[in-house]
Design a protein around this ligand. Structure first.
Ligand code: C5P
Length: 400
């Protein structure tokens, strides 16, 4: 298995087994993986920053309060810079800090700040490993999704025998490969996502729009891509950044959005998060409409826009396997959303209350109700990224 293009942040904590981190770095580099090291004060008693630097061919970070380190790469940036954070060896002390959420040095701060998966390779004396405190810490960490490799059983440096030896570097490498190279659940699937508002022209300089920011739709596109889907994101005019690894089709009007969605088919998954204008001006002026002194304001004649969700979700050979619509409401949320699910032939509706007091439209959090054939599921208020990750995970489960 190759780790080519992958990035590991390796935290080396204190313990006689720290020397094995050098062999681990060598194996990771041989497999094409970029390695950046953080060395704790305890770790530095056993291996030097220079050894780690020579093998990783990368600067080694040791100090939370180093002005040079912080100006080059802040601890938050460091915590997000890799695909996986590996703690090897993981001492009883760093495991306890992780479980308690302490952040009193660079390593523990990075571990608290990271949004990436974490793998720990514990190494300590057999009694420390068996102590009720360490047992409880490991249960806490496992419940938070931290992966563990080892420890092995055997003779220890302290002349005792039992569980607590750091796993051998090839076994740690295999655990890293299993985490970084596991097939992604939506690999091979095509997902179509709409996001943002539409702009419906009144004349060449004026348009009808709405307050949609595109944050939720863009986050869903990113989350589906992170699970391996090929994503086509059809986006109205927004100022949020383009998600990485996603094909973006930019449109302005609802008619253009429908055409772009139809051109993107076939799709396995379709998520319609865009706030599409319900009406457009029946015949937009070709030239800027002029004010005439004392003249009456123009009357705008509106005509309905196509319903993109209903059109794509209509039964037929081109219907995506799983169609998810949104229902942004200011009252009677459940009744309107359920009605929308039936009327538009969507499989799921993500319903949310967008009354101004909720701060949801344009904000960075969302509180949704997921409506499926099985009923309604209220979700807690979460960051839009987290809502997106959970929706993507539910989609992967549904298609499994
Ligand atoms: O009818 P309403 O606009 O409340 O429906 C919301 C859902 O329908 C959203 O998923 C939205 O993206 C989709 N929609 C659409 N085309 C429209 C109107 C809404 O795709 N013209």
């Amino acid at each position: 298995m190759s780790l080519s293009g992958k990035r590991v942040l390796l935290i080396v904590s204190g313990g006689i087994a720290a020397f094995k981190a050098l062999e681990l770095i060598r194996l990771l580099r041989k497999s094409g993986c970029a390695v950046t090291c953080v060395l704790t004060r305890g770790g530095a008693q056993f291996v030097t920053p220079l050894s780690l630097q020579a093998l990783s061919e990368h600067k080694v970070y040791t100090d939370l309060f180093s002005l040079t380190d912080e100006s080059e790469m802040g601890h938050i940036q460091l915590s997000r810079s890799a695909d996986l954070v590996v703690v090897a060896p993981a001492s009883a002390d760093i495991l306890a800090k992780m479980a308690a959420g302490l952040a009193d040095d660079l390593a523990s701060t990075v571990l608290l700040a990271t949004d990436k998966r974490v793998l720990v390779a514990p190494a300590m004396n057999v009694r420390m490993w068996g102590h009720a405190a360490t047992r409880a810490n490991m249960v806490t960490l496992a419940a938070r999704g931290v992966s563990v490799v080892g420890p092995d059983e055997g003779a220890m440096a302290c002349n005792e025998f039992g569980a607590g030896r750091l796993s051998e570097p090839p076994a740690i490498l295999a655990a890293i490969e299993a985490l970084l190279c596991a097939p992604k659940p939506l690999a091979g699937k095509h997902a179509l996502v709409t996001s943002g508002p539409t702009h419906e022209p009144i004349d060449p300089v004026r348009y009808i729009a709405n307050r949609s920011s595109g944050k939720q739709g863009h986050a869903i596109a990113a989350a589906l891509a992170a699970l391996g889907a090929r994503v086509t994101l059809v986006s109205g005019p927004v100022s949020v950044p383009d998600p990485a690894g996603v094909k973006i089709v930019r449109i302005e009007t609802a008619a253009e959005m429908l055409a772009a969605c139809q051109a993107a088919l076939p799709a396995d998954i379709a998520v319609f998060a865009a706030a599409v204008a319900d009406w457009r001006v029946a015949s937009a002026a070709q030239q800027k409409m002029k004010k005439t002194p004392g003249g009456a304001p123009p009357a705008l004649e509106l005509t309905p826009n196509p319903d993109i969700l209903a059109t794509i979700a209509a039964a037929g050979p081109a219907r995506p396997g799983l169609v998810v619509g949104f229902a942004a409401e200011t009252h009677d949320l459940i009744a309107h959303a359920q009605d929308k699910r039936r009327r538009k032939n969507a499989d799921w509706i993500v319903a949310n209350d967008v009354s101004p007091a909720t701060g949801i439209m344009g904000g960075s959090e969302n509180e949704i109700l997921l409506i499926t054939a099985a009923g309604e599921e209220p979700w807690p208020r979460l960051a839009k990224d987290e809502v997106a990750a959970r929706i993507a995970a539910r989609i992967a489960e549904a298609l499994a």
